[in-house]
Structures are given as C-alpha cells and as structure tokens.
Design a binder for this molecule. Structure first.
Ligand SMILES: NC(=O)C1=CN([C@@H]2O[C@H](COP(=O)(O)OP(=O)(O)OC[C@H]3O[C@@H](n4cnc5c(N)ncnc54)[C@H](O)[C@@H]3O)[C@@H](O)[C@H]2O)C=CC1
Ligand SMILES: O=CCc1c[nH]c2ccccc12
Length: 297
C-alpha cells in the first residue's frame, strides 16, 4: 500500500490552536461494540493503521464506547502525544457532570488532556439557561487544562445564540453532518460571522448512503480529471471550503486512498457546481428524529 507521506493542512481556530483538516472517526457503522466492558482489538488495530498512515486528528465520544481502544491505539502507535489532535465528546447522560465526564474519558484515553472537548448534542438541555450552564461547565474544563479547546456538535443557530450570550470563551467549532445534500448555508454563515469553525461528519454520504443523486454525474467527471475516487472529491470539497471532514474506515486501503484528498484542489467553479447540484436534494443520515423534518440548517 502506498504511504503517500502527505502533510495534512491545519485550520487555525478562534483560540489560536490548530486543527488538522482531515479527521479519523471512531464512532461508525463498521464498529459496533456489543459489550462495553470488553476491549475490541479490531478497533485498536484500525486506529493504529490510521495513525501509521498519517492521520493525526482522531475523533471520539464517550457514547461510542471506543475511548479505551483509542487510548490503547495512541499508546501503542508510539507517536508523540503533541503530534496528535484528540477529540472526545460529553454525552447526554453526563451533561450535568461535565467535570466528572472529562476525567473518566481521560482515564479511558490514558491521556492528560484532549485537544478538543465537545458537547455531543444540544437537545437534552432544553432551556437557554441549561445550555448556558453546560457551556460554563465546558469553560471550566478548559480553564483546568483538561481540554485545550472546547466546542459543540449538532448545534443550530438558536443554540449557539443562547450560549454566546453568556460565553466567556466562544466554541472553537461546531461538528455537524455535512455533505452536498446537507449544506446548512444559514448555519455556516452564522459560524463565519462568529469565528466558529465547521467540522463535517458523514462527509461521504453522497457516495455511500444517498445515491442516486444530482451530484453523481458531475462528481464522476471530476474523479477522472483528478484520478481519485468520489470519496476524495467529497473530502476535498469540504477542505476547499475550510470545513474539516471527519471520515473513517476499518480498511487500510480506503484510509490510504482518502489521503489523496490533500494532494489536489478543486477550482472555485467546481465547488460552486457541487454546491448547486447538491442543493437540489436533501438528505440527513444522523439524528433525523431530533431535527424537525423541514429543518435544513
Ligand atoms: N457528532 C456527531 O453527532 C457525529 C459524529 N460522527 C463522527 O464522524 C465519523 C465519520 O462518520 P461517517 O458517517 O462514518 O463518515 P463518512 O461519510 O466518511 O463514511 C465513512 C464510512 O463510509 C464507508 N465507505 C467509504 N467508501 C465506501 C464505499 N466505496 N462503499 C461502501 N462504503 C464505503 C467507510 O468504510 C465508512 O464506514 C464518525 O466515526 C464519528 O467520529 C459521525 C456521526 C455523528
Ligand atoms: O456521533 C455520532 C453517531 C454515533 C455513531 N456511533 C454512536 C454510538 C453512540 C451514540 C452515537 C453514535
């Protein structure tokens, strides 16, 4: 397998830290843990392959049940801690004990700190005051040094507006589902106005879950032009818009292929064409019951 020896570019965050612009996720369809107390060797091996290939941005969450495996993989990889960017997320079960949740996550991860700590979803804190309290608890985690940066996931403009009213520290990012069939133009504009970076999960949806679709033919032509697969076009389409895609696979070949996304650049016209074609279809693969049917933000 070709090790491309690529350099993954970094995105500067609003707190001065930097995030590698291609993430490797550990909470996905390929990995389903049937017993939370058992360590899964396949998951450890998959993360180690990713790190060996050059992935440094590693995305996790306490809900995934993979923090122990991620921690073991990091340790066994031998890569110095400071070369990695590790994210985990607090789950709804622990939203009233964020201080305890980060400690437990760090223990499983065998780390002294995470680079990024996120609130996984907003809807369990229904009132504005509860959203604000949870965010203040995140700020305390950052002040304690256990998370270098703090952010949110699956937040809508209304949730962000609520926390920004009382925030001492702005979220560095909002991790949202992002692909041509879920482009969130208003939310992205809100992020831009407030200096909040966008991290995009499920970036390969148009190729893996939402076919056939209006972008298929055009993206097919781009695969020939750039001699890459559809997956890399979708990853590059994110990166070229300063959106950090978080993808995954247990297959080493696929992980190696994804890295080609940092070896070429789409033109502004190609990005615009994918945006326009993609807007003709709406598809949400995650949390659809939590978002209102008509909510595309
Ligand atoms: N914050 C949140 O609420 C969420 C965060 N995430 C994070 O994002 C990460 C990536 O999410 P995904 O939806 O998996 O991203 P994705 O859209 O990049 O899909 C990756 C999946 O597609 C498969 N795939 C790639 N090419 C394929 C092909 N040609 N044929 C068939 N399958 C193919 C891969 O094997 C892998 O299972 C997660 O591991 C997690 O860390 C994911 C969902 C929600
Ligand atoms: O965060 C994204 C969705 C997801 C993937 N695996 C799990 C496990 C438990 C909660 C959520 C998720």
């Amino acid at each position: 397998m070709a090790n491309l020896n690529v350099t993954i570019p970094k995105l500067k965050l609003n707190d001065g830290k930097s995030m590698p612009m291609l993430g490797y996720g550990t909470g996905t369809a390929w990995y389903k843990k049937d017993n939370d107390s058992k360590t899964d060797q396949a998951a450890i091996d998959a993360v180690k392959s990713a790190i060996k290939l050059g992935y440094t941005h590693l995305d996790c969450a306490e809900s995934y049940g993979t923090e122990t495996e991620l921690g073991t993989a990091i340790k066994e990889s031998g890569v110095p801690r400071e070369e990695l960017f590790v994210t985990t997320k607090v789950s709804k079960d622990n939203i009233n004990d964020i201080a305890g949740a980060i400690q437990r996550s760090l223990e499983k991860l065998q780390l002294d700190y995470v680079d990024l700590y996120l609130i996984h979803q907003p809807w369990f804190t229904v009132s504005e005051a509860e959203l604000q309290k949870a965010w203040a608890d995140m700020e305390a985690v950052q002040a304690s040094g256990l998370a270098k940066s703090i952010g949110v996931s699956n937040y809508l403009p209304s949730h962000l507006t609520a926390i920004l009213k009382t925030a001492k520290v702005k979220p560095v990012c909002n991790q949202i589902e992002f692909h041509p069939y879920l482009q969130h133009p208003e939310l992205l504009e809100f992020h831009k106005q407030n200096g909040i970076a966008t991290t995009g999960y499920a970036p390969l949806t148009a190729a893996t879950k939402a076919k056939p679709g209006p972008v298929d033919d055009y993206v097919g032509r781009l695969t020939k032009k750039y001699a890459v697969s559809e997956n890399e076009i979708y990853l590059r389409w994110c990166i070229d818009q300063d959106i950090v895609p978080v993808t995954t696979s247990a297959k080493e070949q696929r992980l190696s292929d994804y890295l080609r996304a940092v070896t070429f650049k789409l033109t502004p016209r190609e990005i615009k064409e994918i945006n326009e074609l993609g807007s003709q279809k709406h598809f949400r693969g995650f949390w659809s019951k939590r978002f209102k049917e008509d909510d595309r933000s």
